[in-house]
Write a protein that binds this ligand. Structure first.
Ligand SMILES: O=C(O)[C@H]1O[C@H](OP(=O)(O)OP(=O)(O)OC[C@H]2O[C@@H](n3ccc(=O)[nH]c3=O)[C@H](O)[C@@H]2O)[C@H](O)[C@@H](O)[C@@H]1O
Length: 451
């Protein structure tokens, strides 16, 4: 007789072994442990629910999903980031704003999606495009890497110029798809990124989130679009890393990044190659060299030096080994804007559509610098003169946190192909920056006083 033969023909009549069910009290205990298990399961699920509900990334994706009834809205995890919320989007009024902002108003104009539109370069490029009659739609997640008030002020500026900025993250694929459904963008100017060289040691995840995952998320949507847009995007001079041969040329090696920031930008260049190769996307990377000017980024040296000099605080000025000069090819924002527009104007169409490549497409990379490296000490001297305040200089050794000692761009390729020709020297550019800085912060101070 096999053990299967013990199974009764009617399960209900199966006789329990006494040892398994010894007495009535056992049943009670079993019931109470089931109740406990149920209770603690509810507590556990509740805690998980509260955790996700309160986390900024999930709340953003849920509001986005609610607004569009899309289930694929995703915000990839970046717990270290404090403010990555997507405000609600979708609906007829929202779509109308998107369409109006992106409407082309000149013959042969473009409709451009500008990511990072509330950022420094994004604001300037968006307003220049709008001025010449292109349709422009902004996208920005308004994160708090630096004072979001400044980003909101830039947003207000663009709003007055007729540019609407959608609040959202480039990792939100559902939002990106929706934008392409509403507007068949001819171009994408991709400037959304986690910037800053030194911050990468504090928050490495934010670089992967924005500069790698975010870029791929954007390219995934662009490759599926019909028509596919041409993409111009911000790489960085930092890809030259530890190179000592100057000036830096696009032909030089870029496989020795000195910071995670540089490594993510270099990864972006490789990713661009892949999407160009497989899907026929037209891609142009621009290696910006230390861009500065009005409406700039408060995390950059020229900006916080100005603030600290005015406040009588000492400023850390880096120097190399044996008092070696640390210098940058500082490039003024208006010159960079011209380079960006030149890249958009010369970008050829992508060749694929709906995720299928139809032929080879353009793949380019350009240096956008000033071709004149200036020591950081000279930058400070210029600021002292413009601010009429002596700086408290604290000269220190260049920390090992990703900074390189020297940058210098060879711009002959950009000159030849984009007509790029920078015209603003550091003295002139900083004068414009300081004028803006004093105006902006005195107005902000007055507003605060009035409150
Ligand atoms: O060219 C680029 O691609 C990069 O330019 C800048 O990076 P960086 O040149 O390091 O600009 P700052 O952080 O403003 O530093 C400017 C110079 O001041 C020096 N510095 C910085 C900070 C400080 O406390 N003291 C100091 O002497 C740096 O070593 C550097 O030589 C931007 O911050 C990056 O986002 C950008 O990608």
């Amino acid at each position: 007789m096999s053990h299967l033969d013990h199974t009764p023909s009617t399960p209900g009549k199966f006789k329990m072994d006494k040892s398994a069910y010894p007495y009535h009290g056992g049943r009670l205990r079993w019931h109470s442990s089931l109740a406990k298990l149920t209770f603690w399961s509810f507590v556990f699920i509740g805690v998980i629910f509260i955790f996700f509900y309160r986390s900024p990334s999930s709340s953003s994706s849920s509001s986005a999903a609610a607004a569009t009834s899309s289930s694929s809205s995703r915000f990839h995890s970046d717990p270290s980031r404090r403010s990555l919320r997507t405000s609600s989007w979708g609906g007829p009024a929202w779509e109308k704003k998107v369409r109006t902002s992106a409407r082309i108003r000149s013959r042969n104009g473009f409709s451009v999606l500008v990511t990072g539109a509330a950022g420094f370069v994004g604001t300037h490029v968006s307003s220049a495009l709008k001025r010449r009659g292109d349709g422009v739609l902004g996208l920005d997640n308004f994160n708090d890497y630096y004072d979001p008030t400044l980003k909101r002020a830039r947003q207000a500026l663009l709003e007055r110029a007729g540019v609407f900025i959608v609040e959202g993250d480039i990792n939100d694929a559902a939002l990106l798809k929706k934008l392409f459904e509403v507007v068949p963008f001819t171009h994408v100017m991709h400037l959304a990124a986690q910037a800053g060289v030194r911050y990468a040691m504090q928050n490495p995840g934010s670089y992967v989130h924005s500069n790698i995952a975010g870029f791929v998320s954007l390219l995934e949507v662009c490759k599926e679009a019909t028509p596919q847009p041409a993409i111009v995007w911000a790489s960085s001079s930092s890809v030259y890393g530890l190179n000592t041969k100057v000036p830096f040329s696009e032909k030089d090696r870029t496989d020795q990044p000195a910071s995670l920031y540089a490594a993510t930008k270099k990864a972006g260049e490789e990713i661009a190659h892949t999407y160009n190769h497989i899907y026929g996307l037209s891609l142009t990377g621009l290696r910006f060299f230390t861009v500065y000017g009005p409406w700039g980024r408060p995390d950059m040296a020229y900006f916080f030096f100005t603030k600290d000099i005015l406040n009588g605080k000492s400023i850390p000025i880096f120097e190399g080994e044996n008092h070696g000069t640390v210098a940058r090819d500082f490039t003024y924002i208006d010159d960079i804007v011209k380079g960006c527009l030149g890249a958009l104007d010369t970008a050829q169409k992508s060749t694929g559509s709906g995720g299928k490549k139809k032929g080879p497409a353009q793949l380019r990379v350009f240096n956008l610098g000033n071709t004149s490296p200036i020591p950081v000490t000279n930058l400070v001297t210029i600021l002292e003169r413009l601010l009429k305040v002596k700086a408290k200089r604290n000269v220190m050794k260049l920390p090992r946190n990703g900074d390189v000692q020297f940058t210098h761009a060879n711009i002959s390729l950009a000159h030849r192909e984009l007509g790029y020709k920078p015209t603003t020297n550091l003295q002139t550019g900083l004068k414009k920056f300081v004028r803006w800085y004093l105006n902006y912060y005195s107005a902000a101070g007055k507003k605060a006083d009035a409150r």
